[in-house]
Design a protein around this ligand. Sequence first.
Ligand SMILES: [Zn+2]
Length: 217
Amino acid sequence: MGILFMHNCVLCGEAIPAEDGSKAMICAACAREVREQYRCTEPIRVPGMDGCAAALYYTGKVKQAMHRFKFNHKQHYADWFAAQALPLLAERLEDWKPDLITYMPIGFVHLHKRGYNQAELLAKPVAAAFGLPCRATMRKRPFTPTQSEQKDFAARQKNAARALLPMGNVDLSGQSVVLVDDIITTGSMAAAAADVLRKMGAEHVYLLAPAKTPRRL
Ligand SMILES: [Zn+2]
């Protein structure tokens, strides 16, 4: 026995002494908070999606960690966030019967600046856990304004409908496709993605994310 290496809690940054074999990515206190406060429990509906699931509420420490994952090069957080979403897919496997895992594309400017697509990093371990293929199916139209710049729901819908393009060489005929995204916010981009994937032939489309913004009360 003994401390082999230390790493930091994904959620609070505290050092975790990792004893032999322990692969915990969050500390015990944060694990309790996740169980008690952060589990997303509400039903999620997005137009065009046959089903949706999100693991955690995008708030507090989860929100801060997601920001570090997306903007501060904490790519290894993908393993923890993906692990939160895995049980959701496991529970739905019989129902969703996925043939393929895909992910929300990001624009090339973001990809170039960031160096990675966070949704792709999340999708890969999810696909690997179930022995499913993971591939890109869509791309972002260049120079698409961000959803957060849109002033209302109608504007977001219109922007989203223009934003996603199918990859020409991908045929999804008859397939059940699970789209992985980082955060479910208004769902307008996911709805647009469902539309594109169905036009590419997908028979069923589902949405899986590690986080969702809490519904405003
Ligand atoms: Zn912690």
